[in-house]
Design a protein around this ligand. Structure first.
Ligand code: CTP
Length: 424
């Protein structure tokens, strides 16, 4: 790949969702170019997740024209005036539009100040050389490429290289982007870029970025096709420890825990709990308060925060309790009030090491026992003359314990009889 083949990129764009409409709209526009991840992925023979376009004029106007070609009323347009960007989204895909621009960073870690620029400047403002490739979409230069000088060689060598010395200091979120590209593309930073990244982490660059922005980047990391690899790369870069000295990532543990998590579990909750595990076990800190504060700062929702908190805090204690649960009803007593992710993490913590049996218990709970249901309900007990109130729940719980432990013969009659006979 000594040269970047712009014509091939455009041919491939014609087969992507929204591609034909984009090519048609830009046929005579030499100010429009395809940029960022799309040329990179297409040149690598992959399929981009979305298309990024820069235009010389008004991004919102362009997005409107594009949307009406693509899907009329079914394509939604979102405009961000401050950044001169617009997004066209429809059921089949998404195209990001931005005005060609140059950026300056008023202070390290701040959002950039934007002014109109040329395609050349737009290419220069980017994070890594492999993302600094623009393919002109229309006009006489249609299919020609404007890219940073090292882009072609770096793409061919699977290398991540920043465009200038201050890149990570200006925008430390690029440290998290680097980890994502490492994991997703299998690209490694070249030596100088690795050094600049390490220096930026060591000199506290991440402290200049708002926690909300870091949280958004963390969510993107968790949404990667291989989030375990992406989190491992973040940890290796020192990014997690820079956010809090007790954050870290045990890749093997995460892999075991994910393998144990059932389909209806939430991988992101589990992985965040792995990141927070050491903190949750730090006796010298008020772990629940500190974890809640961290997750709130990163703007996770209250539901996510509670699930992660419970998982990280409960899992270590669950290990012993799981081992001691000598029958399914006991297993239910210890596991039913814990999130699935907490049981999976406890199982992973226990696997392969004493106390033996805890990992198996976690597995059995997640795959088998948690699905056991009674054929009777509270209504059956009411119909049989049991007065409304907490006694109903106690009788049902007693029958469920006996059902789990294999003490009842099959069928609802046996359950009803056991419920009526239960001494509660
Ligand atoms: N970019 C950047 N610095 C950032 C964010 C984005 O230089 N902090 C540039 C990169 O050139 C990137 C482009 O903006 O390619 C678009 O960013 P984004 O939409 O996040 O990436 P995509 O290219 O859409 O997707 P991918 O994650 O596949 O690269």
């Amino acid at each position: 790949m000594a040269e970047l083949q712009g014509q091939e990129v455009l041919a491939a764009v014609g087969h992507l969702a929204g591609g034909p409409e984009l090519l048609e709209l830009t046929r005579s526009r030499e100010d429009a170019a395809l940029v960022g991840g799309a040329p990179r992925d297409l040149l690598l023979g992959g399929t981009p997740r979305e298309l990024d376009v820069v235009v010389g004029g008004d991004a919102a106007l362009f997005a409107g024209d594009l949307a009406s070609r693509i899907g009329g009323a079914s394509a939604a347009i979102t405009v961000h005036d401050r950044f001169g960007t617009a997004v066209v989204e429809w059921e089949g895909g998404r195209i990001d539009v931005a005005e060609q621009r140059a950026e300056t960073y008023p202070s390290p870690g701040a959002l950039p100040e934007v002014r109109p620029g040329t395609i050349g400047e737009d290419v220069q403002r980017r994070d890594f050389t492999v993302n600094s490739i623009a393919v002109i979409l229309g006009g006489p230069r249609r299919g020609s490429v404007q890219a940073s000088p090292e882009a072609a060689a770096d793409l061919a060598a699977a290398r991540l290289r920043v465009l200038h010395e201050r890149s990570f200091v200006d925008d430390p979120t690029r440290l998290l982007r680097l980890a994502r590209y490492r994991a997703r593309l299998g690209f490694a930073p070249e030596a100088h870029t690795a050094l600049l990244a390490a220096e930026a982490v060591a000199t506290g660059a991440l402290a200049t970025v708002s926690r909300a922005r870091l949280g958004a980047e963390l969510r993107l990391t968790l949404a990667e096709p291989d989030p375990v690899a992406a989190l491992a790369a973040l940890d290796e870069l020192g990014v997690l420890a820079a956010l809090d000295p007790q954050l870290g990532f045990d890749r093997d543990l995460a892999t075991r825990a994910l393998a144990m998590l059932p389909e209806d579990g939430r991988p992101a909750v589990l992985l965040l709990a792995v990141v927070l595990l050491a903190l949750s076990m730090d006796g010298g800190r008020d772990a629940p308060t500190d974890i809640a504060r961290l997750l709130d700062g990163f703007e996770f929702t209250a539901t996510e925060r509670e699930a992660v908190l419970k998982t990280a805090v409960l899992a270590p204690a669950l290990v012993d309790q799981l081992r001691e649960a000598d029958r399914p009803s006991r297993l239910r007593d210890v596991a039913a009030s814990s999130p699935l992710e907490g049981v999976a993490l406890a199982g992973a913590l226990a696997s392969g090491r004493p106390p033996y049996g805890a990992a198996e218990a976690a597995h059995e709970w997640l795959r088998r026992w948690r699905h056991v249901r009674l054929a009777i309900t509270g209504d059956d007990l009411l119909a049989a003359g049991i007065p409304p109130g907490p006694e109903i729940g106690r009788r049902l719980a007693s029958v469920l314990a006996r059902r789990l432990d294999g003490e009842l013969s099959d069928g609802r009659d046996a359950e009803l009889q056991a419920a009526l006979e239960a001494s509660v």
